[in-house]
Design a protein around this ligand. Structure first.
Ligand code: SAH
Length: 273
């Protein structure tokens, strides 16, 4: 995928963010379920995943954090509120940045939060500009994930914590499921989807010391069916935007990928070397 395609993903999000937020939640990420039978609301489940991720960042109050692929800023605002840090959120989608900026003015915050449009593979910040880096469910959109990881490492100061949460494969996909996984990835813009091993290798190669790999696949797995259902129920609004055929594929493939044993979701925790 070329650089141009990164902007196509931005345009995709420009178009879908409003109806998507109505169908799912302002956290543009999966949810975390305590068990397969737990039944929290989507909002509670997505907030719980935010907690699992930002709770591992370990950034001191007063620090400055970059949130790469920030969506409409819901995780960034929580991070600022609860950890008393300044946050700069970046997204490739201009529409999301507008929504995120509007939400900042509507909530009183003890710290500074700002949002700007930027490409994660070419961050417009000097080296060591931040005390910590966060990337919640966005790196799978990167045509050049190693480059995005190097950019995160570059803009975080040495010793600063970095937490990444993302889809990954828990093991090699058997031949009979390969087409399903490829079609899922294509329909849902997962430009880069690999096993956990190569992901952690890229993390380390980017100049980040890996301290923990938290496999939350089983906690996130219930999201897939819930997400498919949410998209299906918003078919009237989302269909004309993404195309009805593609939308139906997204629903079907999300459900089918979600039950494969190779479905995975990890939180990578580390520090800038
Ligand atoms: N972290 C947010 C949003 C996750 S959705 C949340 O949890 O709510 C994925 C995000 O990655 C979107 O905001 C999308 O615009 C962003 N994104 C995708 N490709 C990007 C790129 N090349 N550079 C920056 N952001 C990108």
């Amino acid at each position: 995928m070329s650089q141009q395609d990164a902007h196509e993903i931005g345009q995709f999000y420009d178009n879908v963010t409003d109806p998507y937020v109505q169908a799912w939640d302002g956290n543009l990420h999966m949810g975390y379920w305590e068990s397969a039978t737990a039944a929290p609301s989507i909002d509670a489940a997505t907030e719980r995943l935010t907690s699992e991720v930002i709770g591992r960042l370990g950034v001191a109050p007063g620090g400055r954090v970059i949130d790469v692929g920030c969506g409409i800023g819901k995780p960034a605002l929580r991070l600022a509120r609860e950890h008393k840090v300044d946050v700069v959120g970046v997204s490739i989608s201009e529409q999301q940045i507008e929504i995120a900026r509007a939400s900042v003015v509507s909530v009183p915050l003890p710290t500074q939060v700002s949002f700007q449009t930027a490409d994660a593979m070419d961050l417009p910040f000097p080296a060591s500009a931040f005390d910590a880096g966060l990337c919640l469910e966005a790196l799978h959109h990167m045509p050049d994930r190693p480059k995005a990881l190097r950019e995160i490492a570059r803009v975080v100061r040495p010793g600063g914590p970095v937490v990444i949460a993302d889809f990954a494969l828990r093991g090699p996909v058997p031949e009979e499921h390969r087409e399903l996984v490829e079609r899922f990835a294509q329909a849902c813009n997962l430009v880069t989807l690999t096993e956990i091993g190569p992901y952690t290798a890229e993390f380390t190669a980017a100049g980040l010391d890996l301290t923990d790999v938290v496999d939350v696949s089983d906690n996130v797995r219930p999201s897939m069916a819930q997400h498919a259902e949410a998209i299906r129920s918003a078919r009237d609004r989302l269909g004309p935007i993404v195309g009805v055929e593609r939308l139906d594929q997204m629903v079907d493939l999300t459900e089918r990928f979600g039950v494969l044993s190779q479905f995975g979701y990890v939180i990578l925790v580390g520090t800038r070397a």
